[in-house]
Design a protein around this ligand. Structure first.
Ligand SMILES: N[C@@H](CCC(=O)N[C@@H](CS)C(=O)NCC(=O)O)C(=O)O
Length: 228
């Protein structure tokens, strides 16, 4: 059994979607990041950067419990464990890794900061909005061009790269980032295909009732963005 330390955000959704896609049994352990639960010593022992998601696989390598933090590393661990979405062909696997790392190193950080400066910063700072939302639009262009040449980010098959990237391109997140999706028709087609997958629908709705995007109150703002 796998414990999923989670809150319903794009980085959390990457892992809930992957667990559903791979049909791995899991128990959700909510970590209310608006209430500061990510800052407990217990959680920091699992996730040293005190961010969700994290997992504990109670049947890990050698039968021992194994904790994993960082969503990209979690997806790779789960793919290896399940033998699903882990191409045997080295070139195909390399492509999946390239686009998974593209998500972790570019899409996540830039889209995250775009959302922060557009939706959460207490003052409107044009420099931050222009810098990060400009990068976000640029990254939509990169994805749109690659998706003009193939069905999914890493090739003809749906992969870990798509599981990692889609939650950051879901309709409510696009709204937060003020993305005009009709400007990116290939991303629009790709996102539509992914959101019709039953496992994606299940993964994207885990604890969906507990969090709405935007407008954190003062306590949540301190938990998320305060001095740590
Ligand atoms: N690079 C990390 C990023 C994780 C991350 O930023 N998680 C956010 C939620 S989407 C979080 O836990 N924020 C709480 C905080 O910063 O205190 C990953 O991909 O796992």
């Amino acid at each position: 059994m796998i414990d999923l330390y989670y809150w319903p955000t794009p980085n959390g959704h990457k892992v809930s979607v992957a667990l559903e896609e791979m049909a791995l049994a899991y128990t959700v352990r909510p970590v209310n990041i608006l209430g500061g639960e990510q800052h407990t010593a217990e959680f920091a022992a699992l996730s040293p950067n005190t961010r969700i998601p994290a997992i504990v696989d109670h049947d890990g390598p050698g039968g021992a419990a194994h904790a994993v933090f960082e969503s990209g590393a979690i997806l790779m661990y789960l793919a290896e464990k399940s033998g699903k979405f882990w191409p045997a062909d080295a070139a195909a696997r390399s492509l999946v890794m390239q686009w998974l790392f593209f998500q972790c190193a570019n899409v996540g950080p830039m889209f995250g900061q775009c959302g922060h400066f557009r939706g959460y910063a207490p003052e409107k700072i044009d420099y931050g909005i222009n810098r990060y939302c400009g990068e976000t639009v640029k990254l939509y262009g990169v994805m749109d061009r690659v998706l003009d040449t193939r069905a999914y980010l890493a090739g003809a098959d749906y992969s870990l790269a798509d599981m990692a990237t889609y939650p950051w391109c879901a309709p409510n997140i696009r709204d937060l980032h003020a993305i005009a999706i009709d400007d990116f028709p290939n991303v629009k087609r790709w996102a539509g295909e992914i959101e019709s997958r039953p496992a994606v629908q299940r993964g994207m709705t885990v604890l969906a009732n507990v969090m709405k995007i935007g407008n954190p109150d003062e306590a949540a703002r301190a938990a998320l963005f305060g001095k740590k």
